[in-house]
Design a protein around this ligand. Structure first.
Ligand code: NI
Length: 167
């Protein structure tokens, strides 16, 4: 396993449409998933999409409770029209956080590392992570989803402001 270099905003690989994965069970996919898992755990993030490690293919990893999961060729289907605001950051945009509107509940489906179809539902933070990671496969950053850029800031400053408010 190896730590992969994370592409940052501005790199063209993050702006394109990623291609479907022909065979999730192929040896190079197994290696990629293992390396992405190590990279995600090392980063402390909660999700990582393949384009973020310079691989323009449709797969991502995310933390589902304490479990690290992978989804190939994912589809995310909103289960309600309600959008809720929540804080997001991105390993490709280090140091920043912003408030992003997302569907509160989604269904998800795709294929696991054995090529088996998998599906589920998620709400709250889980739904948010899935929408964020899936967006990376279509060249979309969370910043592009923000409606109020005054709700964007450096993590450090936001934490300082919050601490001052709580005093
Ligand atoms: Ni991201």
């Amino acid at each position: 396993m190896a730590l992969l270099k994370i592409a940052r905003m501005g790199h063209p690989v993050l702006l394109g449409q990623a291609a479907p994965v022909a065979d999730p069970t192929a040896p190079d996919m197994r290696r990629l998933v293992a390396d992405m898992a190590e990279t995600l755990l090392d980063s402390g993030g909660i999700g990582l999409a393949a384009p973020q490690v310079h691989v323009p293919l449709r797969l991502f990893l995310w933390r589902d409770a304490d479990r690290l999961r992978v989804l190939f060729n994912p589809e995310i289907i909103p289960l309600d029209d309600m959008l809720e605001l929540g804080w997001e950051g991105c390993l490709s945009i280090p140091g920043l956080r912003g408030q992003v509107p997302r569907h509160a509940r989604v269904a998800w489906r795709g294929f696991d590392q054995h090529g088996a179809p998998v599906e589920g539902e998620a709400s709250g933070l889980g739904a948010r992570v899935l929408q964020h990671e899936n967006d990376h496969l279509d060249g979309i950053f969370y910043l592009m989803r923000m409606e109020d850029l005054s709700m964007l800031g450096f993590t450090e400053e936001l934490a300082r402001a919050e601490a001052a408010r709580d005093e």
